[in-house]
Design a protein around this ligand. Structure first.
Ligand code: AVI
Length: 324
């Protein structure tokens, strides 16, 4: 029998996720809600912050290694990018494959933001007229169907930015298994992963002095107010981020400064003073954890590169042979 809850939210899965998250203990909200237009803009600003080393470190590794990635992948590759965003990093790969004399046979950017996806697809089609671009507007955390790709093309998945860190380990393994099925037995996955490091560096990266990460976190409540009838008073919540050593993740929370009730998505929620909404986890991987994650999803680490300060990994994963 369908529960009244399932019936009430059958037409609006996001609203159902919000209510389920705020009814839970601890209270949670799904991090995909960060990325409305203001959230995407704030995230772009985070990437430029002096404390947020992730983006520039990954870019530097890619700049150094794209030639090797293209050589490892070989000719007739179709590139599938999960979360293509502003399309900055993929240009490095498009250029590297072209420079190796093995231009991509297709590029499939997947992103949830329709406007940004359309703009990026148009720009890249103009800049790389020889590479057919097939944009897919979808939430890649759920199963999805890809457009038909050229026959015999080797599928190379690209998932940069350490977004894999925003999945809890079981979700990360489930996501990677879906990627593995999409790219087939001869496919590759180029993955960006933030390395586990000292708590001080991580705490600084998620508590920047300019307060941009705090604004990014609080923007979630502004979005709930705008889109889901929320009555959150942003001045009554505080950004909190810290490295949870035991779980190897940075946790972001919004902490209620006072005892209060808030309405959102047609329901009322009580917050005790000091109670938080857990809005994001950002898992940090050492080599053993990364190899274990890859293995649990049927991948093996074929190549692994880091930067001089050993802050970030770019890994090439290949599909592991099936065990008898
Ligand atoms: C998108 N993702 C990899 C970022 C991260 O570092 O986990 C999101 C972010 N949250 C706070 N700052 C940046």
């Amino acid at each position: 029998m369908t529960s009244p809850f399932a019936r009430a939210f059958a037409g609006d899965p996001v609203r159902a996720e919000i209510v389920a998250g705020l009814r839970g203990t601890p209270k949670t909200l799904p991090p995909k809600l960060f990325y409305d237009a203001s959230g995407a803009e704030l995230f772009e600003r985070i990437c430029e912050l002096p404390e947020y080393y992730l983006t520039r470190t990954e870019l530097a590794i890619l700049q150094r290694r794209v030639g090797e990635i293209a050589a490892t992948a070989g000719p007739r590759c179709a590139l599938v990018e999960y979360g293509s965003g502003a399309g900055v990093k993929v240009r490095l790969l498009l250029d590297a494959f072209a420079a190796a004399g093995t231009p991509l046979t297709a590029y499939v950017p997947i992103d949830i933001s329709r406007e940004q996806l359309a703009a990026v697809a148009e720009q890249l089609s103009a800049e790389y007229p020889a590479v057919p671009v097939h944009p897919v507007c979808a939430d890649y955390t759920a199963p999805l169907t890809l457009p038909d790709l050229p026959q015999r093309a080797r599928r190379v998945a690209f998932f940069p930015g350490s977004t894999i860190g925003n999945f809890h380990p079981t979700e990360a393994a489930a996501f990677l298994r879906r990627v593995r099925r999409t790219i087939a037995a001869d496919g590759l996955l180029v993955l960006g992963v933030d390395r586990r490091k000292d708590a001080a560096t991580l705490d600084a990266a998620y508590n920047d002095a300019a307060g941009v990460t705090a604004a990014f976190n609080l923007n979630l409540l502004a979005r709930l107010n705008r889109e889901h009838g929320g009555t959150f008073d942003l001045a009554r919540f505080r950004h909190r981020a810290f490295f949870n050593e035991a779980a190897s993740r940075v946790e972001m929370h919004l902490v209620s400064a006072v005892d209060q009730c808030v309405r959102v998505a047609g329901e009322t929620f009580h917050f005790a003073a000091g109670e938080s909404i857990w809005t994001e986890s950002s898992y940090k991987y050492d080599r053993a954890r990364l190899e274990a994650l890859a293995a649990s999803a049927g991948f093996a680490v074929a190549r692994l590169w880091t930067d001089d300060d050993e802050r970030f990994w770019v890994a090439v994963l290949e599909v592991a042979p099936e065990r008898e």
